[in-house]
Design a binder for this molecule. Structure first.
Ligand SMILES: *Cc1c(COP(=O)(O)O)cnc(C)c1O
Length: 386
């Protein structure tokens, strides 16, 4: 009896959150059989976590897929950022942008560092390198740019500025799984690039993340930080946290990696349909990726110019929601306007980011989104035009 009523509640919950709705994203998964086959030997080995065979295999596979020199896997993308900043021994101020997920700014603040917010480029939403150098002080220790929506930052200029001032560069590469810039794996730029393998990302390990780097001394520090600084059964050399990826997550990654190219190809078809339908519509601007980038079609942000389109972002969002289509105001709000930072930062110092975050809507995009559904979404958007 009890089991039944629980099942009922569960089914109600599924109905409430999933059935009949189009959400902004839908997690990629292998078939149930493929995942079961992958985890079968865990029942023999009883090796559930602590850098087991699945972890080792996924690490090697990802190193090759991403085209990076060195990589370590972590429990999530946030810990990749947070522990990277700790391992690099950053001090004082870190220059970043407010047009990002909470994680980027929180990683800086949780390291006891002061975020200094640089504005973004209005065309690709990444850090505006023409405004970067003016923000450098004698306290600055690093730049943390974000490859927003899979758009690549101005890598050459950031490196030039960093080299000139002796700063570290840590890329938040959470949106750029599998991308290349001028043929080079995106994770190979900067001192460190941090990836997220969260359920909502192009490639997922349920929860997971990675750091890509070149310097083995840094790699050793990350390893210590992710595993309590333990060097042997009786040797603890440093004060570390726990941020290890477990074997079940690694197994999910091994399976998902087999299909990620197909998934990206499907995302491409969805993205192209959106462009076909919306590119000619005045007042709507869809994201365009630079020709130097092999894209992963992770997100499809649309910027609504209310004066031209006659209808603002918030209204388009609400109209879509009335039709059970849930786009996301991503990124909104800006991290420098979060309640937890009340009074600390002035969002007027990043006016482009402030304007974009009020006008951008990230449209539903995932591999299995049917083109008919894309048409329906576009019809509704077009119907909002006044
Ligand atoms: C997802 C994401 C993160 C955090 O990754 P988690 O794996 O969720 O911890 C950091 N930065 C950006 C830009 C992200 O989109």
């Amino acid at each position: 009896m009890q089991m039944n009523s629980k099942d009922n509640n569960y089914n109600k919950m599924i109905d409430k959150f999933v059935t009949g709705k189009i959400l902004v994203t839908r997690s990629s998964m292998p078939s149930y059989e493929e995942y079961c086959e992958e985890i079968r030997d865990i029942w023999d080995t009883r090796w559930l976590t602590n850098m087991g065979p699945k972890h080792k295999k996924l690490q090697e596979d990802l190193k090759n897929y991403l085209g990076v020199e060195k990589i370590d896997l972590l429990t999530n993308g946030h810990m990749a950022l947070e522990l990277t900043m700790q391992a690099l021994g950053l001090t004082g101020e870190v220059i970043t942008t407010p047009f990002t997920f909470a994680s980027t700014t929180h990683a800086i603040v949780r390291n006891g560092l002061t975020p200094v917010f640089c504005d973004i480029d209005p065309d690709n939403f990444t850090i505006d390198t023409t405004k970067l150098e003016a923000l450098i002080t004698d306290k600055t220790s690093a730049i943390v740019p974000v490859h927003v929506y899979g758009n690549i930052c101005n890598i050459e200029e950031i490196q030039r500025i960093a080299d000139k001032h002796g700063l570290k560069v840590i890329y938040d590469a959470a949106h750029t799984f599998g991308e290349t810039y001028k043929g080079r794996g995106i994770g190979s730029f900067g001192d460190v690039s941090c990836f997220s393998f969260h359920a909502t990302k192009v490639f997922n390990t349920v929860e997971g993340g990675a750091v890509c780097f070149k310097d083995q001394a840094f790699g050793d520090k990350i390893y210590d930080l992710k595993n309590f600084g333990i060097h042997g059964p009786e040797i603890v050399e440093s004060v570390g946290a726990n941020a290890k990826m477990n074997e079940f997550c690694a197994a999910m990654g091994i399976c998902n990696l087999r299909h990620v190219d197909e998934e990206i190809a499907k995302r491409k078809a969805v993205t192209e349909r959106y462009h076909e339908r919306l590119d000619g519509i005045e007042g709507v601007k869809l994201n365009r990726v630079s020709d130097d980038v092999k894209p992963n079609y992770a997100y499809l942000p649309a910027v609504f110019d209310e004066k031209v389109f006659g209808c603002g972002r918030d209204e388009v969002y609400s109209v879509l929601a009335e039709h059970n289509i849930f786009a996301r105001k991503y990124f909104y709000p800006l991290t420098n306007t979060f309640e937890c930072f009340a009074g600390k930062y002035d969002p007027n110092e990043t006016p482009v980011a402030l304007a974009v975050n009020k006008a951008v809507l990230t449209l539903p995009l995932y591999a299995d989104l049917e083109l008919e559904q894309v048409d329906r979404i576009c019809d509704i958007i077009i119907s909002c035009k006044k």
